[in-house]
Design a protein around this ligand. Structure first.
Ligand SMILES: Nc1ncnc2c1ncn2[C@@H]1O[C@H](COP(=O)(O)OP(=O)(O)OP(=O)(O)O)[C@@H](O)[C@H]1O
Ligand SMILES: [Mg+2]
Length: 225
């Protein structure tokens, strides 16, 4: 199987006491190695929820999620965290950098979590800061960076462990046109040069046209655009 991600008959509802909010139903989704995919859909349709299921951050109400050949339902939290750190790179809708850590420490974090020695992690992070043009901001805290710089740090953190798939949730949503296009270029380069699959959730049709496939999340499942 060369799918890096597979979702089979996913259903997902949020529960709050007796209230059930169904979000996803009958959702099927397969991502091949190296493929780039845009996911479009109205606000509130469940795009971020879907990414959380793929990342094992949340569990489907029913159905199966595979990362490579691993069925997430068969793994404990520790194994899921390890698999996520090795195989997936997340760029969140709001960058979620750790505020007390410098840019370079934030970038190195996925490797530090895997128990790799700090010197090796920082060295690798330092190589990446050059490719994203932030070597002069390595020791700045997130609060001392611009919005575009923070998003580039978040992308660097997502790619440091050479993940087989990058998941980006509106990575350019909060950026001006210039920063948005440099962030997009960075993601597309990674996809093309390193063969990482790329899933971008976006409201921007221009970004969508640069991807191999465009899907729309509507009525709880994904359809071709
Ligand atoms: N903890 C929760 N409890 C109940 N409902 C929730 C919860 N979290 C999210 N929702 C609802 O689930 C729906 C899907 O949310 P989600 O964040 O996945 O949407 P989205 O497609 O990413 O939207 P956006 O484009 O605005 O980011 C929304 O209607 C939201 O109100
Ligand atoms: Mg969202």
């Amino acid at each position: 199987m060369n799918n890096v991600i597979k979702c089979k008959n996913i259903r997902y509802s949020y529960h709050d006491g007796d209230r059930e909010t169904p979000i996803l139903s009958n959702l099927n989704f397969e991502v091949s190695q190296g493929e780039s995919i845009a996911i479009l859909g109205q606000s509130g349709c469940g795009k971020s929820t879907l990414l959380n299921l793929i990342g094992g951050i949340d569990k489907p109400s029913s159905g199966e999620v595979y990362i490579g050949n691993n069925d997430l339902a068969t793994l404990n939290e520790e194994k899921i965290t390890e698999l996520r750190a090795k195989s997936l790179g997340f760029v969140y809708q709001f960058h979620h950098l750790l505020k007390d850590f410098s840019a370079i420490e934030n970038i190195a974090m996925p490797l530090l979590i895997q128990g790799i020695n700090k010197e090796t992690c920082i060295k690798k992070a330092s190589q990446i800061t050059k490719t994203i043009g932030l070597e002069h901001r390595e020791n700045h805290l997130p609060s001392e960076l611009s919005g575009g710089e923070r998003q580039r740090v978040a992308i660097a953190r997502a790619i440091i462990s050479n993940p087989s798939c990058l998941l980006a949730d509106e990575p350019t949503g909060n950026l001006d046109a210039k920063n948005a296009s440099s962030v997009l270029e960075l993601l597309i380069n990674l996809n093309q040069q390193h063969g990482s699959s790329l899933i971008i959730v976006t409201h921007d049709e221009k970004i969508a046209t640069k991807m191999d496939r465009v899907l729309v999340l509507e009525g709880g499942h994904l359809k071709a655009a």
